[in-house]
Ligand binder design. Structure first.
Ligand SMILES: *[C@@H]1O[C@H](CO)[C@@H](O)[C@H](O)[C@H]1NC(C)=O
Ligand SMILES: *[C@@H]1O[C@H](CO)[C@@H](O)[C@H](O)[C@H]1NC(C)=O
Ligand SMILES: *[C@@H]1O[C@H](CO)[C@@H](O)[C@H](O)[C@H]1NC(C)=O
Length: 186
């Protein structure tokens, strides 16, 4: 716990003491390495998806978030933040039935939190410059997509297989997130 707080504090200090956040090269690097960490952690959690074929589900991703390359940088950051937040809240849900290793889940949540922190700092600056993207239905559709995932978990009473299906889905979402990160040029 102390370790985590210290690390967190260090990250915050780094961000506030130098304008790291607007250096998109650094941001890209940090988000990318944190994303790989998340993927690695998720792979450790996922077990025997082949037994869960009957539980497969098409969660229907909104069309406009399918092609990350076409998105504006600011827009991409908002979308990334929303996805991370949704993934974070999904993994905070009851998973007692899964027998997951809690250390791995905690580490995953911590990585997600860091990514959100960094994006928030960068987005705050963008907001101050008045460059914040205007209202966009994409976010609403994203929320609907993740709501679909949550409803699926509930309908399946958070069963092991349902969680496995969701983990596999979210693991693929990290690949999508990497595409968005690549688009953060400047
Ligand atoms: C949980 O995962 C951590 C990190 O991989 C490992 O050190 C620990 O032994 C695991 N705990 C259990 C109960 O499997
Ligand atoms: C909303 O964002 C998407 C990309 O995420 C973009 O293709 C679309 O043009 C935007 N729509 C508006 C109304 O800004
Ligand atoms: C999540 O992963 C699925 C499976 O590849 C994909 O169809 C979907 O587009 C992803 N969703 C997001 C928001 O990236």
């Amino acid at each position: 716990m102390i370790d985590r707080c210290t690390l967190r504090l260090t990250v915050l200090l780094c961000l506030t003491s130098s304008a790291l956040s607007r250096n998109y090269g650094v941001l890209r690097f940090q988000q990318r390495s944190s994303n790989s960490a998340c993927q690695k952690l998720l792979r450790q959690l996922i077990r025997t998806p082949q037994y869960c074929l009957d539980d497969r589900m098409d969660f229907q991703i909104p069309e406009e978030v399918k092609q990350p390359q076409q998105v504006q940088k600011e827009e991409a950051m908002v979308v990334m933040h929303e996805m991370l937040q949704q993934i974070f809240s999904i993994f905070r849900r009851s998973f007692s039935s899964t027998g997951w290793n809690e250390t791995i889940v905690e580490n995953l949540l911590e990585e997600l939190h860091w990514q959100m922190d960094r994006l928030e700092t960068a987005l705050e600056e963008i907001m101050q410059e008045g460059k914040f993207p205007s209202e966009n239905r994409t976010l609403l559709r994203l929320k609907t997509y993740y709501l679909g995932i949550v409803r699926y978990l509930k309908a399946k009473s958070y069963s092991r297989c349902a969680w496995t299906i969701v983990q596999v889905e979210i693991l693929r979402n990290f690949t999508f997130l990497n595409g968005l990160i690549d688009g953060l040029q400047h």
